[in-house]
Structure formats: C-alpha cells, structure tokens
Design a protein around this ligand. Structure first.
Ligand code: ADP
Ligand code: MG
Ligand code: MG
Length: 259
C-alpha cells in the first residue's frame, strides 16, 4: 500500500507534547495540503516522518508500503521513497551539489551483497539528468560545482531542494513550508518544479505543509487538512484553504474550543 497512513501519532519535544494524536492519510497519487498556524506542530510532523532524532514518538504508527516507518532509520525511509524538503535546508561545506546528489542517488540504488560500483548511476547518465533538471528549474549550471547551500539565498536553497526531489524521484514527497521566504517568482518556479514532477509521476503522493494559502494557488491540492495545537481539526477540499485565507485561523480555533 503506497498511501501514507498516520495513526494517532503522539510526539514530544523536550518532554513537551507537541503532536497529540494526529490521524491523517496521504493517498498515493494525490496532493494533500496541511495548513496550520505557527507553532501548531507542522514542522514537528515533517521531522518526525523523516526520523529526526530530536523528536520523541510517544505513541501511534505511521504506515508506508507495509512498514511502520517509525521503526526505520531515516535512510531506510528515504529508500522506501519518502522525501522531505526542509523549511530550513542545511549547508554542507566541502560537498558540491553534484556530488551530494550523486551520493544520494547511489545510496538509493545500492543493493545488499552487490558492489556499489555495479549499482551506481553511470556518470554520463547522471550528468545528463542533472543538466536537464537544472535547466527545468532555472538553476544555473555553475551551482552543480558549488558547496551545498553554502551562501545560497533562500530562493536558491528551495530550488536546490526541488532539484534534489526531481533527481531522487520519490514516491511520497513531504514539503515543509517550501514557500517561506520565497518571492513570487521563486515560488512559481518551485511550484512548477513540483507540478512537473507530479505530472511525470502521477502515482506519487505529495504532502504540502504550509502556513499560507498562497502556495496552494500554484500547487493545487486535492485535500486540505488543518493542524491546530497538535491535532487535525478539520479536513476538506481546496475550498477549505480559501476559507482559511478569508477568515483566518481564529474562527476555527473558536469552533474547536466550543466543540
Ligand atoms: P510549526 O511548524 O507549525 O510552526 P513546530 O512544529 O515548529 O510548529 O513547533 C511546534 C511547537 O513545538 C512550538 O511550540 C515549538 O516552540 C515547539 N518546538 C518545536 N521544535 C522544538 C525544539 N527543537 N525545541 C523546543 N521546542 C520545539
Ligand atoms: Mg513555524
Ligand atoms: Mg514549521
């Protein structure tokens, strides 16, 4: 089963419960948006799905492809086809964008008991794929030789995240506030990159996490879920995002408080 199924997920950070029983299914082949105010636990959810050690799972399960991924290491989750684009991408001095991407692809291609040289992507194929994807995302070729994210602007980091995603071809992509800090042009390019990838891989699932409705003008979600104070409090279609944009989060907060 290639749906991502989150069941009663509870997560604490430094002994404080942040996620208080999240239930959510991201269906394969759909774009699903999670919206929520600042501090509601959106990034906590994203980091937990990728296995960040700073987040302690105190309950629940997350199923993907017949695995409870909470029991897997981050690299095993990645090999299953999960990909996380971070809200704050990290710099890796000394490692070029090209070498980073090649290492990531080869890690996916590695097979137990086989020589990594045998399974590695042929250099010419890698270069061709990299050139094509960089062109599609409007990234200058010189970026391939630069150290990952070192001195990159916010917009450049986000484009490189999408480049990573395009090169790795995940089956379930999770994007945490990919829109934050982007001007409208960079936002359009990032959204176009996601849309192109989705069009090429219609079976993939995409979880778009965002505070603002703006991104959803360019990446059209099939489903929208609202996270508030560590719980999903509302689910709907794209019209829910518009309603939130119009009314703000407070009306939901009041509804939830009085329920
Ligand atoms: P969002 O992404 O929705 O803005 P976060 O998941 O970043 O929310 O944060 C949810 C809550 O967890 C906030 O109250 C935040 O202060 C707290 N939190 C998140 N990460 C940490 C951390 N590493 N250390 C301490 N508190 C954290
Ligand atoms: Mg935040
Ligand atoms: Mg966040």
């Amino acid at each position: 089963n290639s749906d991502l199924v989150i069941k009663d997920l509870r997560v604490s950070v430094e002994d404080k419960e942040i996620l208080k029983g999240v239930n959510l299914t991201v269906k394969a082949g759909t774009i699903h948006a999670i919206m929520g105010p600042n501090g509601s636990g959106k990034s906590t959810l994203a980091y937990t799905l990728m296995g960040h050690p700073g987040y302690t799972v105190t309950g629940g399960e997350v199923w993907y492809r017949d695995h409870n991924i909470l029991e897997l290491e981050p690299d095993e989750r990645s090999k299953l086809g999960l990909f996380l684009a971070f809200q704050y991408p990290v710099a890796i001095p000394g490692v070029t964008v090209a070498n980073f991407l090649r290492a990531a692809i080869n890690a996916h291609r590695a097979e137990e008991g086989k020589d990594p040289k045998e399974t590695a992507i042929p250099m010419a194929q890698f270069r061709k794929q990299l050139r094509e994807q960089m062109a599609a995302l409007g990234i200058d070729e010189s970026f391939a030789r630069r150290y990952l994210n070192e001195g990159f602007s916010g917009g450049e980091k986000k484009r490189i995240e999408i480049l990573q995603m395009a090169m790795l071809e995940p089956s379930m992509a999770i994007m945490d506030e990919t829109d934050s800090g982007l001007d409208i042009d960079a936002l359009k390019i990032v959204a176009q990159g996601v849309n192109t990838l989705y069009a090429q891989h219609p079976e993939m699932g995409v979880l778009v996490i965002t505070h603002y409705q703006r991104l959803l003008n360019y990446i059209k979600p099939h489903f929208v879920s609202v996270l508030m104070d560590g719980r999903i409090v509302r689910e709907g279609g794209p019209e829910l995002a518009l309603e939130l944009e119009e009314k703000g989060y407070d009306f939901l907060r009041e509804e939830v408080a009085s329920a």
